[in-house]
Design a protein around this ligand. Structure first.
Ligand SMILES: [Fe+2]
Length: 361
């Protein structure tokens, strides 16, 4: 309202305006539109990539390096992450591979490690490929998830793909192992929440192809599901989605434009023993700072294996890739969300100060 108009609003009319605003917000809440989520417009999230929890009692079936990492490096990192939690922290997010070798017992131990770290804060745990086991994640962690949503959702969580709201934003947790089965579920979540400020996705496997070995192991990456991959890409791009993934055990930022919109993806790593050996502990060891060499690693690999044929896939994405950063790094993260933007802070290992900051919006 312009300043000159202010004087013309009488007490009675300002009361009517308040009633109208209240009625509008009730109507919007009923129709699933803007501002129905709990919490304020400005908030932060404590974010972890893969953690591969490995218990002290681990036998020879477990990774020796991960068992060693869980003696000191990873507990120290979690202690530092706990210190980032403040009054504006809406929840903690773990992006999958919460365990290395899945069983109900190891999942329960890993989940209690997160409980001890974040206390009463809501925690969202994404299903990773190491977590699935023989249905262990679905059996143990799905009920656990319902009990850990706090004020984020009063709905019972019944599947490993689900959505929830924080203030004006939509969060979609996707089980990337569900492949094509998740597409319809994501489509419905998007349709039910049409008018949001930011659409965030939390998923274990990246949405944009990875220029590393096992390239096809990204979300909907197998050749047989090309149509589903393109459909999902268009759905997320139209919402200008901001994606948080893990799986690669590296730190990556990609900003892709296409399909009538934009997908910004951060790949995060909290496997502390694979942080890279920089001059300072946790300091990123840069692999690339340009979109120009996206796909170069696998193009080189193709020289030795004619069956790989990855270049056509990268050609689909390369023209739209406007920014890329990739590094060996590992630690914890804080996401800061507000009307003025979205920023992701990377804290190397157990750092108390941000090591590197990415402005996503
Ligand atoms: Fe992993």
């Amino acid at each position: 309202m312009p300043a000159f108009a202010k004087k013309r609003v009488s007490r009675s009319s300002s009361g009517i305006i308040r009633i109208l605003l209240l009625a509008t917000s009730v109507l919007l809440a009923a129709t699933g539109c803007m501002n129905v989520g709990p919490g304020p417009r400005s908030y932060s999230v404590a974010v972890l990539g893969d953690i591969h929890y490995t218990p002290a009692w681990a036998t020879n079936n477990y990774s020796r390096a991960y068992k060693e990492m869980w003696k000191e490096l990873s507990p120290n990192m979690l202690a530092a992450s706990a210190e980032t939690v403040g009054r504006d922290t809406a929840f903690a997010l773990q992006l999958g591979d919460i365990v290395d070798v899945s069983s109900t017992q190891v999942l329960a131990e890993a989940a209690s490690v997160l409980d001890r770290t974040y206390g009463s804060l809501p925690i969202v745990a994404v299903c990773g490929n190491h977590d699935v086991g023989r249905g262990y994640f679905a059996k143990y962690m799905v009920p656990w998830q319902s009990a850990h949503m706090g004020n984020l959702s009063t709905n019972e969580i019944k599947t490993t793909t689900f959505g929830f709201r924080t203030g004006p934003d939509l969060w979609i947790v996707i089980d990337f192992g569900a492949g094509e089965r998740s597409v319809g579920m994501v489509e419905k979540i998007l349709a039910d929440n049409p008018d949001v400020r930011y659409t965030f996705v939390a998923i274990h496997g990246p949405v944009l192809p990875m220029d590393v070995w096992r390239l096809r192991w990204f979300y909907l990456g197998y050749e047989g599901v090309n149509a589903a991959r393109r459909k999902m890409r268009a759905m997320l791009a139209k919402r200008n989605a901001i994606v948080f993934s893990a799986h690669v055990h590296a730190l990556e930022y990609k900003d892709w434009y296409g399909d009538g919109g934009r997908i910004t993806e951060m790949v995060l790593n909290s496997v502390t023993c694979e942080a890279g050996k920089g001059p300072k502990p946790g300091e990123p060891v840069v692999i690339s700072e340009t979109p120009d060499d996206y796909g170069a690693f696998l193009k080189n690999a193709e020289k030795n294996d004619a069956n790989l044929k990855f270049d056509a896939l990268f050609e689909e994405y390369r023209p739209g890739l406007k920014a890329r950063y990739a590094a060996r790094a590992g630690g914890h993260h804080v996401l800061r969300v507000s009307d003025s933007g979205v920023v992701l802070e990377y804290y190397g290992l157990d750092s108390r100060e941000p090591t590197k900051t990415f402005t996503l919006r």
